[in-house]
Ligand binder design. Structure first.
Ligand SMILES: [Zn+2]
Length: 67
């Protein structure tokens, strides 16, 4: 299902919302503000041990500082 993660810029609440139309604004379920930003689901992937994660290496845009 097209579930996207959003973060409210008003209260900082993170939530998931079923979005069928990107044009439709998503309101924060906590404060009701429509000032929300879509989060990249690719960055939310967590590696629980194992071999090297190619996706993490390729996702340069997700880099947080690096070094
Ligand atoms: Zn909010």
């Amino acid at each position: 299902m097209p579930i996207y993660e959003y973060i409210c810029t008003q209260c900082g609440n993170e939530f998931e919302e079923l979005v069928f139309n990107d044009e439709k604004p998503v309101a924060c379920p906590q404060c009701g503000a429509t000032e929300t930003e879509k989060l990249m689901s690719a960055c939310s992937a967590k590696v629980d041990g194992g071999g090297p994660n190619l996706e993490a290496l390729q996702g340069s845009s997700c880099g947080t500082g690096g070094g």
